[in-house]
Design a protein around this ligand. Structure first.
Ligand code: FAD
Length: 296
């Protein structure tokens, strides 16, 4: 495994923004992952993982630490009986495909989520009434101090969050699925994908939901739409004209412009609805969302 320097992270995010990783490695086995974590620990470097970058906003200045992208064995998928075992770097789409081939249901909701198993566990990703916590049996978590299996309760999975900490890497996960006829799985997936296509800008560069849905009768998208933000643009970043809880890279956007849109959106939601929206997108590097009262 080579450790490269100054690798642009924009190519690893679905929004297509973000500066370089100071250090970057692609471990493919548990041993290589341990080696990379030890290498960073000896140099007192922070460690972060990118999955498919589908809920990630990386600072334009880049990330001054070691960024990992799991590959090889750490991105493979196996089905045994009713258990699906996957590396943290495995795309959820591949997991769904393998489950369907084995006539196993439970992961259909993942057709809506363009991320990896590791990112899915970190975010407790979910859609259409399903979520990772509902099918996850356990996850193998590695950090500089060692490696161990954790149950969903130990992972602290809640609505779009886990209690995992920076530097902890989901190396593997086991899902408990249930037998389901392939035709039924296909029909459910087709229905979910059609609903998704009808409501969201699926053909644009975005990072999925910007904000979590608040405890309010309106979803974050409806609230921002009511604030008149559909199509609102700052530089190359724009709030989707199709769905106001998405930010699109309309033309050479920078992460700072996406942050500026998020600040404006939070300020308007606070002014008009008294709601302080919490961001769902994960921020990496020296990048932060100022409070809802501040303008940029
Ligand atoms: C069009 C679109 C639609 C979407 N729809 C949904 C939806 O319906 N429901 C939903 O929940 N999400 C949705 N998302 C968001 C996103 O796909 C999920 O949050 C997904 O789980 C992120 O996975 P990822 O691999 O891309 O993670 P990344 O975006 O790469 O990373 C997200 C976070 O996970 C961490 N991470 C990634 N891999 C690991 C690992 N192996 N170990 C430890 N930490 C890790 C990262 O460090 C980061 O903090 C959507 C995104 C897009 C672009």
């Amino acid at each position: 495994m080579t450790i490269e320097d100054q690798v642009p992270l924009s190519r690893f995010t679905t929004l297509g923004t973000g500066g370089p990783a100071r250090w970057f490695a692609k471990p493919e086995t548990a041993d290589e992952l341990a080696e990379a974590l030890e290498w960073a620990s000896e140099r007192e470097l922070s460690v972060a993982v990118v999955g498919l970058g589908s809920n990630l906003l990386v600072a334009d200045q880049g990330v001054d630490g070691l960024v990992l992208k799991l590959g090889g064995e750490l991105a493979s998928v196996e089905v045994e009986g009713e258990t699906l075992q996957a590396g943290g770097g495995a795309p959820l789409a591949v997991c769904l495909h393998r489950a369907r081939a084995g006539s196993l249901g439970g992961l259909e909701f993942a057709c809506a989520i363009p991320g990896t198993v590791g990112g899915g566990v970190w975010m407790n990703a979910g859609a259409y009434g399903g979520e990772i916590a509902g099918v996850l049996e356990r996850a193998l978590v590695s950090d500089a101090t060692g490696v161990g299996w954790q149950t969903p309760a130990e992972l602290g999975l809640e609505y779009r969050r886990s209690s995992l900490l920076p530097g902890q890497v989901v190396a593997q996960a086991e899902f408990r699925l249930r037998p389901r006829p392939v035709e039924e799985i296909k029909a459910t997936v087709a229905e979910m994908q059609a609903a998704r296509k009808a409501a969201q800008p699926t053909n644009k560069r975005t990072f999925g939901s910007v904000f979590k849905n608040p405890d309010h009768e309106l979803s974050a998208g409806r609230m921002l739409e009511a604030c008149g933000l559909r199509g609102f643009r700052i530089g190359g970043a724009q709030i989707s004209p199709r769905h106001a809880n998405f930010i699109e890279n309309a033309d050479g956007a920078r992460s700072a412009e996406a942050i500026a849109l998020m600040v404006e959106a939070r300020r308007r939601a606070l002014d008009e609805f008294g709601v302080e929206l919490e961001h769902e997108v994960q921020l990496l590097g020296p990048i932060a969302l100022p409070s809802a009262e501040e303008r940029v």
